[in-house]
Design a protein around this ligand. Structure first.
Ligand SMILES: *Cc1c(COP(=O)(O)O)cnc(C)c1O
Length: 424
């Protein structure tokens, strides 16, 4: 029998009893979403300030993406790649032109996208760069977040993500984030094939590097014949106020390659909002001289490139461009940080605000082990706004990008009210 949910308590009890305890969610049970809003089982309405970790940049249940999904779901959903389908080709053309790369390799989840990029980089290392057999090394940043597979957690700094999941995959060197000197030193090692990095470290607590960091990363990598891999699974698709974080401060809605702002990575990994929260789709983009190392039978996924996901992703990307979401994220992000900075200046309970576009974080004046940020998120929830702490004392604020200025101010009022209560 399929149980009907009548209360939040009942739903939480079921998850507690029958589900693995691999998450620690806020005690709210959601049953409906529309645009920037979510509703719980009891009918209470909330502003969403997490956007499913930036997977629903286009807003919940966007009607255009929904229609594309429904239409394709009634036509053809999955063929596997044993055969061609009539949506994959148009999707591959659309996404490569959209982001300015020769080729794409479609997968499903973000972690699969990262795994794909790692495999391509290693193969490129052996077959193009000529590194020693089984010696390929990939440089990564400390405090990274790239997903949850056993290879990816092998180079995580997060003990909770790593402990007792060994033995770990070798072949990775960790260096400090936002540190060009450390990168230059690491690239002196033999057999380095790639540097894998997030343009802004989202999970770590929205750490934004120096303005010229990515450009320098690209230059250093190029000079050592090492691939620069940008994981834009969280920062991409207009979240930080431009189409990609590697676009710098460019606000145009498409791919433009403006020389002064754009830093083209050798491989770009996308996921999350590439499908507007409807369906897991991820993608690795690269030019031919890299992507052509992959031959039939060497990599794949049963669902990767399926017509349903391909149709949803194309439509989700069209929405980003047509609704000028990058521009809106940039505009609202500035307003948000101005409002939060006023709170930081006024109340001792907040330490600082940082971020770019609508990917922001507020650091609470407490230790990482303290409960203030969690308690504040509970109070925000009670006041109709959903956000989640990351790393104990940091609250990430990342609403859907379809928010209006008026709504943003209302949300800042809610945050201000809660902060004032905690100051007492
Ligand atoms: C979420 C995320 C991933 C992993 O994506 P999943 O779809 O959860 O596997 C990888 N890298 C970054 C930067 C992310 O934010």
């Amino acid at each position: 029998m399929i149980e009907t949910i009548n209360s939040s308590k009942q739903a939480i009890a079921l998850e507690d009893k029958y589900g693995a305890h691999n998450y620690h969610p806020l005690p709210v049970v959601l049953s409906k979403g529309e645009g920037v809003f979510l509703w719980d089982v009891e009918g209470k309405k909330y502003y969403d300030f997490l956007s499913a970790y930036s997977a629903v940049n286009q807003g919940h249940c966007h009607p255009r993406i929904k229609n594309a999904l429904v239409e394709q779901a009634g036509t053809l959903t999955l063929t596997s790649r044993a055969f061609h389908n009539d949506v994959l080709g148009p999707f591959e053309k659309y996404i490569t032109e959209y982001f300015g790369f020769d080729k794409v390799l479609p997968m499903n989840t973000g972690a699969e996208g990262v795994e794909t990029a790692i495999k391509i980089a290693r193969k490129w290392g052996y077959e193009v760069k000529g590194v020693d057999e089984n010696k390929a090394t990939i440089v990564v940043a400390e405090n990274n977040f790239h997903g949850r597979t056993s290879t990816i957690i092998s180079f995580s700094s997060d003990e909770n993500a790593r402990k007792n999941f060994g033995p770990y995959t070798p072949g990775f060197i960790k260096i400090p984030y936002d540190n060009i000197k450390a990168l230059e030193e690491a690239l002196e090692e033999e057999n380095v094939v790639a540097f894998l990095v997030e343009p802004i470290q989202g999970e770590a607590g929205v750490y934004t590097p120096a303005d010229d960091y990515l450009r320098k990363v690209s230059e250093v990598c190029k000079s050592k014949n090492v691939l620069f891999i940008a994981d834009e699974i969280q920062t991409g698709i207009a979240r930080t106020g431009s189409l990609l974080a590697v676009c710098g401060n460019c606000t145009c809605e498409g791919h433009c390659e403006k020389q002064d702002t754009y830093t083209k990575p050798d491989m770009l990994i996308l996921g999350k909002a590439i499908s507007g929260g409807f369906y897991p789709v991820s993608a690795v983009l690269a030019d031919d001289h890299i992507m052509n190392v992959i031959r039939p039978g060497q990599h794949g996924s049963t669902f990767g490139g399926n017509p349903l996901g391909a149709k949803v992703a194309m439509t989700a990307l069209e929405v980003v461009r047509d609704e000028k979401l990058a521009l809106n994220a940039r505009k609202l992000g500035k307003l948000f940080r101005i409002r939060m900075q006023k709170l930081v200046d006024t109340y001792k309970i907040l330490k600082l605000v940082r971020g770019k576009g609508l990917l922001n974080a507020v650091v609470v004046n407490d230790t990482e082990k303290g409960s203030t940020a969690w308690d504040m998120c509970i109070a925000l929830k009670d006041n109709g706004l959903l956000a989640k702490p990351t790393h104990g004392n940091i609250i990430r604020f990342a609403p859907p990008l379809v928010m209006t200025e008026e709504q943003l101010h209302e949300c800042c009022d809610i945050i201000e009210k809660v902060v004032r209560e905690f100051e007492k």
